[in-house]
Every structure is written in C-alpha cells, then in structure tokens.
Design a protein around this ligand. Structure first.
Ligand code: KIV
Length: 245
C-alpha cells in the first residue's frame, strides 16, 4: 500500500501494481504544507479522494476521514463516511483510534462502509502524545493497543494500520488477529506495508525516520530538470526549430 493524493500520481502508482492506495490525511503535510494532519478538511479529503479514484483501475482505494469529522459523535462520523463514499467512489475509509471511537466504528460499519483501523502512532492525536516518537513501548499502552486491535476486528473492520510501534508488538497483534495488519514503522512480521508516496520517492527530504526507505530521489531529479529548463530558456536553446510551429 502507498498513499496518493492526485490523479497523475495515482495513475502511475496503480499501473505499477500496488494492491491498495491510501488517500491519507498526510495530504495535509505533503500537499498543503501544514505541520500536522489536523488542519485538512473533509471537503479537501473528498477532493483528493475523487481525483485518485478517477485514476485508479485496479487497486483498492481507502480514504482517511480527517480530524474532527468522526470523533465527536457517531452520527457525524456516519455522515462524514457517507459523504466520502458517495462523493469520491472510494472502496473504504480509514479512521484512527480504538475503544474511544467504537460507537463511530459500529455506526459506519452498519451502513455497509468498510473500515480500515489505525492504531499506534495516530497523528491526529499528536497534541495528546506531544511527540512523533515510537508508541506503545510501555506495557500499559501495548496492552491497550492489543485490546483495541481485537475490538476493531470484532466490530468488523477489514484491516488495521499499525504505525511506529515496536516490531515485536506488531508481530504479536498480526498473529492474534485474523484481519490484515498493514505496518508503517512496525517491522516485517505483519501482513503488508504502507509508506507515504512523497517520502519514499524522495520528494520530501526533511522527514527521515528510521523506518523510511527512499526508492528514488525525485527532489534532486526535479531540481535538475527545472535548472536545465531555466538555463535552456535563458540561453534560447529551448524551444529549438523543431519545437515550434
Ligand atoms: O495519512 C497517512 O498517510 C497515513 C499513513 C501514514 C498510514 O495514515
């Protein structure tokens, strides 16, 4: 699984054989330049989601419900999920949290909307955590995470993302629950992996957690292309005779 937020990138990612595309609220960071995922709105997520769905022919498309659109009460959560599904054509939604959002989970599922859960480092709660460091290293938090994973599975979620937790804990969750566990910074003993596309492509360079592997260095490639273009326009070698009418 990889994230995508727009038509052109989603088309490339889908054609390259990815199983699932997450329209993550990390769009708030990588597309809009906010420090956290909190500012992005439901309307903005729907815009990104619909752009991605228009591009995708084969991958499963999951869209994050943004901060403030599902935590307050389950009726609001259901409305947010229904709007997302209706206005984007996505296959499923993702929401962060366990027991504390169980009412919302149950109500959304009761409308026939598939849910991917998200536990561990849940960026929408950054102001509760205070840092983006590894979660659930302490026994009490690890036990709560295991309980929450079981609760989400029993409620009917089809999958869970585990973000930035000890690999041994992720492995335990993956062996205890039957639904697919998708890790990010959670080791290899899970059922699948997800990364933020702009991070793994090396478009964003300031974000360098240990779990991130760069599969390309696109910021350098793009810089080089722009520098070459500026140079060619300034020395009038672009456009040449064949590049005009
Ligand atoms: O918003 C996002 O991109 C995510 C992934 C990091 C799992 O939730």
């Amino acid at each position: 699984m990889l994230t995508s937020y727009d038509y052109s990138m989603a088309q490339i990612v889908d054609k390259s054989g990815i199983d699932a595309i997450l329209v993550g609220d990390s769009a708030s960071n990588v597309m809009a330049g906010w420090q956290t995922t909190l500012p992005i709105t439901l309307d903005q997520m729907i815009y990104h989601g619909a752009s991605v769905v228009r591009a995708v022919k084969r991958a499963l498309v999951v869209i994050d419900l943004p901060f403030g659109s599902y935590q307050g009460n389950s009726k609001e959560a259901l409305n947010s999920a229904i709007r997302t599904m209706k206005e984007t054509g996505a296959d499923a939604i993702k929401i962060e949290g366990g027991e504390e959002i169980l009412d919302s989970v149950n109500r959304i599922l009761s409308a026939g909307i598939p849910i991917m859960g998200h536990l561990g480092l849940t960026p929408q709660s950054i102001h509760k955590f205070g840092t983006y460091t590894v979660r659930a290293k302490e026994e009490a938090e690890a036990q709560k995470l295991i309980r929450d994973a079981h609760l989400l599975e029993e409620a009917g979620c089809f999958s869970i993302v585990l973000e930035k937790i000890p690999a041994a804990l992720a492995a335990r969750v993956a062996s205890e629950v039957k639904i697919p566990i998708i890790g990010i910074g959670a080791g290899h003993d899970v059922d699948g992996q997800v990364l933020v596309l702009h991070d793994m492509l090396g478009i964003t360079n300031e974000f360098t957690p240990r779990f991130l592997r760069h599969y390309a260095h696109l910021s350098e490639d793009i810089s080089m292309a722009v520098e070459n273009y500026v140079r060619d326009v300034k020395n009038v070698s672009f456009p040449n005779d064949k590049e005009q009418y």
